[in-house]
Design a protein around this ligand. Sequence first.
Ligand SMILES: [Zn+2]
Length: 490
Amino acid sequence: MERDIFELRAQDGAGRIGELTVPRAGVTVETPALLPVVNPHVITVEPSRLQSEFGAEILITNSYILYKSDEFREEALDDGLHELLDFDGAIMTDSGSFQLAEYGEISVTTEEILQFQHDVGSDIGTPVDIPTPPDVDREQAEEELATTQERLELAETVDVGDMLVNAPVQGSTYPDLREAAGKHAYGTTLDVFPVGAVVPLMNEYRYGDMVDMVAGAKRGLGADAPVHLFGAGHPMMFALAVAMGCDLFDSAAYALYARDDRYLTVRGTEQLDDLEYFPCSCPICANNTPDEIRQLGDREREEQLAEHNLHVTYEEIRTIKQAIRSGNLLELVENRARAHPAMLDGYRALVEHSDQLERADPASKGTFFYLSSESAYRPEVVRHHERLSRLNPDGRVLLTEGNPSSRYDESWNVVPPFGPFPRALSETYPLTAEVPDRMDTDAFEMAARGVVRLVEENPETEFTLAHRGWPESAVKLIPESVHLVDLDDV
Ligand SMILES: [Zn+2]
């Protein structure tokens, strides 16, 4: 089925800049996008200011709270959500699944809540799915996924006009269930695909598991599926999630953290009490010291912190978009991964999915920067090795880190982490990479694996590898048929 509401404009890794057309709102939202969570009972920053001062094109509010609200239910039905919240961008509504997960039951069905969302003028509605938590036994994960899938099929039958509808992807911590759930959801007529119930993983800093769950869901979904990482609002992990192919994020964190005097940064969370300086130049941080903010009353302090939290969150979204345009999103992810060991786990899990990322990654982009041992496993290296298995040099071939030699039929360059390549390719991406002089073992081992790929594909060719003091762990990967010269010994 052709999906024409989401168009990709630029890609890097599995990350992309896209345009999500939201017909009921009459707006197009550029992704990756942040949806601030707005609770009509507790407005921290007015939605009209979210739009004018922070550039919010879309927000999310909980329709179940409105549905149960004596205060707002009738007003929402009479005047509509856009009027109630004073926001003319796109509005997504959640269904109460979160309340279901928290309190065990809710008093509304998928048909009732979708109809209500339609009637209050929501632009993107959500059925009542079952957010299965991590680590449940497989039987429970399968049973609850089956229920979620019934709800999605039911949602297809509700007449909601041109309101888009979310198709949540569940499956607990089973990557194969996430993949099956993605495939099923993509097969429905529904529109946007939230990867659900990952909040407990975030709260426990299980970024590696989060990456595996998103990778599973993405395998089941088509490339043209807009993907929402549901409940993920901390800017420190946005770059990682975007590189996996997530397009939408919602943030309740900006307000919830502010309530507890917590200050968001792209490197993690700080307590206001621990700060002597603000490491930020947003209007709040430029015009106040931490001491001045501490002296404010509760309400005002919360508002100021919430505004900083929003500024830093939107700034990170813009940083990510520019990185995609510049072709250095993976360098940004690598940088963010250094903020916390759990983030490093997330990045290491990401490069374990390099073959999956490689399929979406552009063939040419900005210069490849080798920044850590994890760089050795990036999708560009995986792609180069695949290319090597299609190349067929003949006769006696020198693979060298040094100068070419006329004593051979061909002389190829060798550059860690890529391995060998014909000299004619040396000015092409990614072989123009900037690498440090002090290379790590992983890079030499990956280069050796490149040699192995080439040798295995060309059993008739006689190879000599001239390297500069490669470590034993790399040298021992080279097949016995290859003549070895250590240039450092010559
Ligand atoms: Zn700030």
